[in-house]
Design a protein around this ligand. Structure first.
Ligand code: 9Z3
Length: 318
């Protein structure tokens, strides 16, 4: 396997984005995870999920954030696992998590009760009316964790995300085309370099705040060209104006030369996406009936992309 190359963005990353102290440990863990699963004949997908925090002060009191809940990433992780992939889940701290997402819309205490209706403090059971599928979900979660198929890696800030994605890509490079990147995280386009950031809390007594933010380097470029050049890479394109969405998706494919873009509009993202590749455009739509049957669009997206990944691997080998 070829060594990952150094890119022109590496210098910028090192200078302007603080690396998390455990980045080398994460690199090692992902390398071991990839080895284990490649030896067992499995593909490995790295899913990025959730929004990024952009601090305004180095001892951070305030930061910029975005809307992403991490639902896309968490749901997709479950379908990749069902398809037989091992999953590196690079997710924003406290964003939705595979399987545990079932608990996200309730107050957990409302789903628990004392067994036999008595107030015995050490006997607590789940109320099946509040959480009807809990046993099924717990079983799947245990199977996945017992088989070490899910490797969670957390980030909070944009800097942590960029450094951890780079380290992950360099580690997954070792398994070539069997690695997939499914980049569903909503990553900030703007940031304040560490050298321009005030150390202490910005004082409101100084009057109105004017911010000058720099453009975040396009990380997809070194990922595709230098860090994991043989991998199958999918980026996500989000717009609020549907009229420009597909043009932007195609432009991304031309610029970065990766394998697919999943294009979605903020308001319709749970029920409609378009999977765009250099040679095709496939609409994935949930019907009213699908919605009533609680079908999740991620199941269809993952089916489409794992089939494309399989063809990609065959072409590389053949
Ligand atoms: C997406 O487009 C994801 O589908 C969502 C999922 C973030 C909309 P949720 O987390 O939402 O389920 O609430 N992710 C990528 C968004 C993005 O920021 N893309 C950038 C762009 O479109 C760069 S690849 O320019």
């Amino acid at each position: 396997m070829t060594e990952p190359r150094v890119s022109s963005i590496d210098g910028k990353l090192a200078e302007e984005f603080a690396a998390p102290s455990h980045v080398d440990e994460v690199r090692e863990r992902i390398a071991a995870f990839a080895r284990l699963h490649a030896e067992a004949g499995r593909c490995v997908v790295l899913i990025s999920s959730g929004g990024t925090k952009v601090p305004l002060e180095s001892r951070t009191v305030r930061f910029l954030d975005n809307f992403s809940s991490g639902r896309r990433g968490a749901q997709s992780a479950e379908y990749f696992l069902e398809t037989g992939y091992a999953v590196v889940f690079l997710h924003r701290h406290r964003s939705l998590y595979p399987y545990a997402r079932t608990l996200s819309s309730i107050n957990v205490l409302d789903a628990l009760e004392f067994s036999g209706g008595t107030q015995e403090p050490d006997r607590v059971v789940v109320n099946p009316e509040v959480l009807p599928n809990m046993a099924k979900v717990l079983k799947k979660y245990r199977e996945v964790t017992d088989a070490q198929l899910l490797l969670p890696i957390e980030f909070s800030t944009l800097s942590e995300y960029l450094h951890l994605l780079k380290a992950s890509a360099q580690s997954l490079n070792a398994i070539g085309s069997k690695a997939m990147f499914y980049l569903a995280a909503a990553v900030s386009d703007f940031y304040i370099p560490v050298c321009d950031m005030p150390e202490h809390k910005i004082q409101s007594s100084n009057g109105p705040l004017q911010l000058s933010l720099k453009m975040v380097p396009k990380i997809l470029s070194p990922l595709v060209k230098d860090w994991a050049p043989q991998a199958f890479v999918i980026s996500f394109k989000l717009e609020t104006d549907a009229a420009i969405l597909l043009d932007k998706a195609r432009r991304a494919l031309e610029t970065y030369r990766h394998q697919a873009v999943v294009a979605n509009v903020l308001d319709s993202r749970r029920g409609y996406v378009v999977v765009v590749t250099p040679t095709s455009q496939h609409e994935v739509v949930l019907s009213k009936e699908d919605v009533n049957n609680q079908v999740e669009i991620e199941e269809r997206i993952v089916t489409n992309l794992t089939a494309a990944h399989e063809r990609f691997i065959e072409q590389q080998v053949g």
